[in-house]
Design a protein around this ligand. Structure first.
Ligand SMILES: *[C@@H]1O[C@H](CO)[C@@H](O)[C@H](O)[C@H]1NC(C)=O
Ligand SMILES: *[C@@H]1O[C@H](CO)[C@@H](O)[C@H](O)[C@H]1NC(C)=O
Ligand SMILES: *[C@@H]1O[C@H](CO)[C@@H](O)[C@H](O)[C@H]1NC(C)=O
Length: 387
């Protein structure tokens, strides 16, 4: 958050004391200018990431949204699971939004807005079993991101933007907030870190997207001092003296552990774009976790400390899903190595590994299988984050 300049005192009383940067969730205007320049110049690796995006069917002008009034996530929850409709459409809105922003071609902007409006006008409920809170967290931050890119598109009418803000404020935010406060009525350490983290990411993103300082601060405060497993010192709970740190889900499996790293990246990048540095928080805790998770998933041994809570006692790190491929590493690598000039050998190697497995550049939703895990993150990091 940056302080507004020269706000007259009389106005300072009734207007916000600071203003948010827009676009300012995962990407800023400076980022988009760099991306456009590089893609226009046909420069690698940006152009390789660009072809990943333009080749993905979610970014096609013919993409047709399939909005529903009630999204259901969770097996045997008394409703039919249909949340794939939402995560596919968000992947489309995000990809189309980037295509508009990078090329300036109106047709892509119109197509992105068509997807956003379809949901803003139709969706009223996110339901299911406890998994509904994952849906509210993951798709809340992602919807805000897709819409944030479209803010200054002339075809995104003020009333349409407002409708999306209302959807996020009335349907998503209350669930995000409720989860962080009540944790679905469970013991405080019942839910794994990623549940808190996606809900923190959603509150943070909706706060910026709707210019709500209270929400933005709520997310930051919980991240730094909340009591659930997503608060940073619980999510990254065991720091070693070799520059690595163990993650709360390390003993569970690597698919969820890499999800945790993806969400930490989203939260830190978003806050960074608003002038709050969480990347460096706690003596670079996120970097230490990134090094640990990358090192283990690349096949190297790591130290491990038994993790115990009310439900589990995990005496060894879990090799389930080891080598997990998620397009989340470009964000972490580019911030720490390119922006901060930090030493991050395993994050660097993991980023190369995932790029290689992705065919040369990180892809997005649709490039990593049809299931929800392939859509937990927005991806396209080679295009979006490379410096
Ligand atoms: C685009 O998709 C086609 C067909 O799926 C594939 O053969 C081609 O290699 C892809 N190109 C890029 C740049 O990803
Ligand atoms: C910001 O969000 C909080 C929490 O939901 C709400 O109470 C408040 O009214 C919102 N402020 C504005 C200006 O919308
Ligand atoms: C991935 O690595 C293998 C082995 O080094 C190499 O042969 C292949 O060309 C790489 N693929 C890409 C897309 O970089």
């Amino acid at each position: 958050m940056r302080f507004a300049h020269a706000v007259p005192l009389a106005f300072a009383v009734c207007s916000a004391a600071f203003q948010f940067v827009h676009p300012g969730l995962l990407h800023t205007q400076t980022d988009f200018s760099r991306i456009t320049t590089k893609v226009t110049a046909n420069a690698s690796p940006w152009v390789d990431g660009w072809y990943k995006l333009t080749n993905n069917s979610h970014s096609a002008l013919t993409y047709t949204p399939k909005p529903v009034s009630s999204v259901c996530r969770g097996l045997n929850a008394g409703c039919t699971q249909n949340y794939g409709l939402l995560f596919n459409d968000i992947a489309a809105a995000y990809a189309l939004a980037i295509r508009w922003k990078v090329t300036g071609t109106t047709a892509y902007g119109t197509a992105a807005v068509k997807v956003l409006n379809a949901w803003a006008k139709t969706l009223t409920t996110v339901t299911g079993n406890s998994d509904r809170f994952l849906a509210a967290g993951l798709y809340g931050y992602q919807l805000a991101n897709a819409a944030e890119i479209m803010r200054d598109f002339p075809g995104y009418h003020k009333s349409d933007l407002k409708a999306m803000q209302t959807l996020l404020r009335r349907v998503f935010y209350p669930m995000n907030h409720d989860f962080l406060v009540r944790h679905n009525g469970a013991a405080i350490n019942h839910y794994w870190a990623n549940w808190d983290l996606c809900n923190i990411a959603s509150i943070l993103s909706i706060g910026v997207f709707t210019d709500n300082t209270t929400m933005y601060n709520e997310a930051l405060t919980y991240f730094k001092s909340g009591s659930g497993n997503g608060a940073i010192n619980n999510a990254i709970w065991k720091v070693y003296d070799d520059g690595t740190a163990q993650v709360q889900e390390s003993g569970r499996d690597q698919g969820h552990t890499t999800l945790v790293m993806g969400l930490l990246g989203v939260i830190a990048q978003t806050a960074y774009n608003q002038g709050t540095n969480l990347f460096s928080y706690g003596d670079n805790l996120i970097l230490k976790a990134s090094e640990y998770v990358a090192k283990y998933n690349l096949g190297y041994d790591v130290q491990y400390t038994t993790y115990t809570n009310r439900k589990v006692r995990q005496t060894v790190i879990s090799s389930s899903g080891r080598g997990s491929i998620r397009p989340i590493w470009e964000l972490l690598y580019n911030h720490y190595v390119k922006v901060e000039r930090a030493y991050a050998p395993y994050t660097t190697q993991m980023n190369l590994f995932v790029k290689n497995r992705s065919g040369g550049a990180e892809g997005g939703g649709g490039n990593y299988g049809p299931n929800s895990g392939g859509y937990d993150q927005l991806g396209y990091g080679t295009l979006m984050y490379t410096r």
